[in-house]
Design a protein around this ligand. Structure first.
Ligand code: TRP
Length: 334
């Protein structure tokens, strides 16, 4: 039996990168017979940077609504909020006693987020990967769909699982595997084909948000950076053209076809032909999700109910694991 766990932070709006890089894949896992899926809204991670409590509360439910709107079915998958399952933070402390400062200092995401002011960074930002390890290990998850940028955190998770198992001479935690598949695991910015599409990028023109209307999507795609050459007929010729490669990758992912096939359709055409076709595809793909999301946001109590029941289910898995960890570590019975 496989158990999948993944999560997203409730920070601002979801964009095409979150959809193609994560959500679309998450949906595909829930129909596999031997797989149980847990999808978490990681609000405890979101408070490692500046935030507003009311905004966070709303964003957590919004992300849960986006999961559902994108096709995650609460009857098949468990959708929940991290802070409603206190076992995550409890396990984090226990794993924290085994996490080495030196290894945490090498985490590139910490270095990026702390910037030049690492001395002023909070303990929570530093310990972020330990909480992520706890998110995964508290469910003894076996597979973790993540983007490339999270691979290092997954390695740390495996490392902590090994440290625990070795220290207490027990085969307790599995070694969770990163799952970095899907048609577009790395969705790049519309303004720079070498940078990831990101909600933290200041220019909104760099990304397409799940809530953008058709006109905005068309405008953003028309303005997307490209090069003057027409589209080629083979993928190899795109290697030196990151923007063109990104757009073709996204087109193919949304059209559910191979990149080669998308290229064949547009070989020899200029971007002025490709871009409107691509925009139409994005608009068509997003419309049902955006509609569903708007409906869910009108009925936020229903989303709250789904999340509450998901959190309860998650606690039923997490509580006995934490109890076992306490026993193994010589702590008081829970
Ligand atoms: N750190 C992840 C990100 O920024 C989010 C995350 C937190 C996560 N806990 C997780 C992802 C557990 C997968 C599993 O994308």
């Amino acid at each position: 039996m496989k158990r999948i766990l993944s999560g997203m932070q409730p920070t601002s709006q979801l964009h095409l990168g979150n959809y193609l890089g994560a959500l679309k894949n998450w949906v595909s896992f829930q129909d596999k017979q031997d797989t149980e899926c847990l999808y978490c809204v990681v609000d405890l991670h979101a408070i490692t940077v500046a935030y507003e409590p009311e905004v966070l509360k709303k964003a957590s439910l919004e992300i849960a609504a986006a999961y559902i709107a994108a096709g995650i079915d609460p009857k098949k998958s468990t959708i929940f909020v991290q802070s409603a399952v206190p076992e995550h933070s409890q396990l984090m402390w226990l794993l924290g006693t085994m996490a080495q400062m030196g290894k945490l200092q090498r985490m590139t995401q910490f270095k990026d987020k702390a910037g030049k002011n690492a001395e002023r960074a909070g303990l929570g930002l530093f310990a972020y990967p330990v909480l992520m390890a706890a998110d995964i290990l508290i469910y003894k998850a076996t597979h973790v769909p993540v983007g490339e940028d999270q691979k290092q955190h997954l390695e740390l998770t495996r490392d902590l699982a090994s440290t625990f198992n070795t220290k207490f001479d027990i085969d307790f935690f599995p070694h969770p595997e990163p799952v970095i598949t899907g048609p577009a695991p790395r969705v790049m910015s519309l303004r720079d084909g070498t940078k990831k599409m990101s909600k933290s990028e200041p220019s909104d023109m760099s990304r397409i948000n799940l809530t953008d209307d058709a006109d905005t999507i068309l405008k953003k795609i028309k303005k997307a950076k490209t090069d003057p050459e027409p589209l080629p007929d083979s993928l190899e010729s795109l290697e030196e053209r990151p923007e063109a490669l990104n757009l073709i990758t996204l087109y193919a992912a949304l059209a559910n076809e191979a990149k080669e096939d998308s290229l064949k359709r547009f070989a020899g055409e200029s971007f002025s032909v490709f871009k409107p076709a691509f925009a139409e595809l994005v608009i068509e793909s997003f419309a049902p999700i955006t509609n569903e999301m708007n409906k869910l946001m009108q009925d936020i109590d229903q989303v709250q109910k789904i999340v509450d029941s998901g959190s309860e289910k998650s606690r039923d898995i997490a509580a006995p694991v934490l109890r076992d960890v306490h026993k193994i570590m010589g702590l008081s019975a829970l």
